[in-house]
Structures are given as C-alpha cells and as structure tokens.
Write a protein that binds this ligand. Sequence first.
Ligand SMILES: *[C@@H]1O[C@H](CO)[C@@H](O)[C@H](O)[C@H]1NC(C)=O
Ligand SMILES: *[C@@H]1O[C@H](CO)[C@@H](O)[C@H](O)[C@H]1NC(C)=O
Length: 225
Amino acid sequence: MAAGARPLLLLVLWTLAAPARPGPGETGDGGWQRRGPGAPAAVTEEQRCTVERRTDLSYAAFVQHYAFSRPVILQGLTDNSRFRALCSRQRLLASFGDSVVRLSTANTYSYQKVDLPFQDYVEHLLHPQDPASLGNDTLYFFGDNNFTEWASLFRHYSPPPFGLLGTTPAYSFGIAGAGSGVPFHWHGPGFSEVIYGRKVLYFPDRWWHATLNLDTSVFISTFLS
Ligand SMILES: *[C@@H]1O[C@H](CO)[C@@H](O)[C@H](O)[C@H]1NC(C)=O
Ligand SMILES: *[C@@H]1O[C@H](CO)[C@@H](O)[C@H](O)[C@H]1NC(C)=O
C-alpha cells in the first residue's frame, strides 16, 4: 500500500439500504450473495446512521460544510451503472479470474500480504466472517490494485466530481465477505462508494471510523492525497 500512510478503508455500512437495480439477465446483487444451504445470511443492519445524507450538493456547499470537518453521504452524484454491470461476479471472474490479486489483513496497518489468483480468492476465501474475528486474522482484497491489468474495468468508473485543491485522486478497489471490516482507524480524506448498493460517502481528513460489510460487498474508494 502506498507510502504506508493510507491504512485500509472499507466503509460499507450502508450496503443494504439501497439495492442496485437489476440489469437484464442479472440479479441486483451482481451474483455476489451466495444462496442455498450453508450460505449464511447477511449481518443485520442497525438503522441508526447519523451521517448526513445530501442530494444535489453543490461543490461550494461541499467545501464549506463538509470537506474539512465532517463526513457526508452523497446521493445521486454519478452514474456508475456500466461499471457496476462489469463488477458482477460472473463478469469479473471472466475478465480477471487468472489475475493475481494482493490480499491484506484487515488490521489498521495491514501487515500481512498474500498474493493469489482472483478466482481462488472469490471461490475459496470470500465467505462470511464471524464478526467477532480479529482484523489481523482476516485476509481480504482491498487496494494494491494492478491498474494496468484491470484498466478495462477502471476506465468505466466515474469518481465523485469533488476534488480538493492540491490533492490527486487514487483508487482502491476491493471485494469482501459479509461480517468483514476494519477496526477503528483514520487516514487522509476521500470517498467510498459501494458498487452493490448505491451510496457514496465522503470522509474528511483524519476522521476516525471503523467499517463493516453487511453483505458480500464490492466497493471502491477514491483517496485524495
Ligand atoms: C491477532 O491478534 C491477536 C490479539 O492481539 C493475537 O492473539 C493473534 O495471535 C493475532 N493473530 C495473528 C494471525 O497474528
Ligand atoms: C500488473 O499486471 C501486469 C500485466 O499482467 C504485470 O506485467 C505487472 O507486473 C503487474 N504489476 C504489478 C505491480 O504486479
């Protein structure tokens, strides 16, 4: 992970709140929720999110009210339906099954790294986690992306259009099982978008937070640094 100053982020507390619209021939979860015997349910959502939600937020209002002070959930900001379609389980496995991905442990400073083919990760490691398991015992895929190899996917992603002066955006893309997440941590400012589920969250610089995936989740963060 770049510079060691950017610990993991998985901010996907709102996965269940707004299911994506199903595309033709595709279920709304992109095929990521495994069903049938032995497929545990998602983690139950708490309905007490206190982060403000805004639609039609102007850039000026974003800078004045949020950029340097508090988090916000941004709605209806970008249309990533094409990117979302490309992130279905079937499409990602067909395109990138053989690509080697780098997994990290979920503790704040992500000590351990493991490389393995994307298909092996999806088929063998992407299972629901016991929420009581420790971050350092959880291996998952977030960040350390090979943007050369996955360029055909990332060129379809539209990040939130709000930049911050003097920063450049950098993506971290990942997929993780229900019940996985990251213990309390902070890092620089940026956005987190749940691809299955439709929320974009902005997190200010050094804002303390923990994260929890309620379902198997596909997500992308745009760090501004
Ligand atoms: C994870 O952390 C716990 C508590 O600090 C420790 O007991 C355990 O051995 C660690 N696991 C690994 C795989 O390092
Ligand atoms: C990214 O993928 C390309 C093409 O497969 C490969 O040549 C390159 O070594 C990879 N880069 C890293 C940093 O793994």
